[in-house]
Design a protein around this ligand. Structure first.
Ligand SMILES: [Zn+2]
Length: 336
């Protein structure tokens, strides 16, 4: 109703949104008829007018006449396709996401709600966010005990009685592996006295790791808030690649939600911001070699770089970058 009134006062002009296939940008435009929509949209998106096919974002139907355009509400989103491009429609994406739900009984009802919700939302990444959210919906986040959700624990040793137990163990395993690989590297690359000194240092670090329970609390949703990387329900956010402040792609996951998500979480990396094997360990070896006799290696500093969240970032596989980083450490940093 409101949109019709507005159209009346603006001489038949209606506000629409246009985007291209890749959703790199979305523009608001106004148009009073199909010809104008085509012209303005093509201009904004820099696609030659004669190459364009306009489809509805929602279900991919082709819009090619004034008659059809008139039936569409203001703020409708159009996708401008180039020759050869195809758009399945947001509806299809949502349907795909829903297909994956473990519990499919409320599928159609959910889909209806989501469609309604999406009509009012115009954030560029809404489809992505919605589909990830939907995939989680039918799952069972709340349950904690093994007997409540045997499926989540499939293939897991009987000694794990709660989801948090297992998640805690999986964080511990990762942290332990950092210790093991550090040790291997030192054994391989350091020599003589330097090697002895550093292997002793690693022993000390093991004691500290034990005192901190191998940082299992990073993945444990029952741990105190300041110690865990997730929220109380078990949602993790990707923290973005080592060289950016945050993940622009809004990656999120809840491994507590289902067996599938638990397994998927295994692909998330706990990356070192200052790289462990290419920077931390080589510089540490250098420090042990070069340091004056009256100075010690600052074990706490080494510990923080190798095992704590101050130098770790949890990232989704797409945000995991292998590229070489600028070296920032100096061997003097390790001495005290
Ligand atoms: Zn990310």
């Amino acid at each position: 109703m409101l949109s019709r009134l507005i159209a009346l006062f603006t001489g038949g002009m209606k506000a629409y949104k246009v985007q291209d296939l890749k959703r790199t940008a979305r523009y608001g435009i106004t148009a009073k008829n199909f010809k104008e929509l085509l012209k303005k949209g093509a201009e904004k998106l820099k696609i030659p007018e004669d190459e364009v096919t306009i489809v509805l974002e929602d279900d991919g139907s082709v819009v090619d006449s004034d008659a059809f355009l008139k039936t569409l509400p203001t703020q409708t989103v159009f996708v401008f396709l180039r020759n050869g491009e195809q758009w399945k429609g947001a509806g299809a994406l949502i349907h795909d996401a829903l297909q994956k739900l473990l519990n499919c009984t409320r599928k159609s009802q959910l889909a209806e709600q989501i469609r309604e919700f999406m009509e009012d939302d115009d954030s560029p990444s809404k489809i992505h966010v919605m589909s990830s959210y939907l995939e989680m919906l039918g799952t069972d986040i709340k349950s904690e005990q093994r007997y409540e959700n045997e499926d989540w624990f499939e293939g897991i040793n009987k000694k794990y009685k709660t989801k948090s137990d297992l998640m805690k163990n999986s964080a511990q395993t990762r942290i332990r592996s950092y210790h093991t690989t550090a040790k291997d590297q030192i054994e391989k690359e350091a020599k003589g006295h330097t090697k002895e000194l550093l292997l002793d240092l690693l022993e000390e670090l093991t004691e500290e790791l034990k005192a901190n329970d191998f940082h299992g609390h990073y993945f444990d949703r029952t741990a105190p808030a300041e110690k865990r990387l997730c929220d109380r329900e078990g949602w993790f956010r990707c923290q973005g690649a080592f060289d950016v402040d945050k993940c622009e792609l809004l990656h999120t996951i809840n491994p507590y939600a289902s067996r599938g998500y638990r397994q998927l979480f295994g692909l998330w990396n706990l990356d070192h911001i200052i790289e462990k094997s290419r920077e931390v360990i080589p510089t540490l070896i250098e420090a042990a070699k070069q340091k004056p006799k009256y100075k010690d290696i600052n074990w706490k500093y080494v510990y923080n770089l190798l095992f704590t969240a101050s130098n770790l970032k949890l990232v989704q596989i797409a945000c995991h970058k292998k590229s070489a980083r600028e070296g920032t450490l100096k061997w003097q940093d390790f001495c005290r």
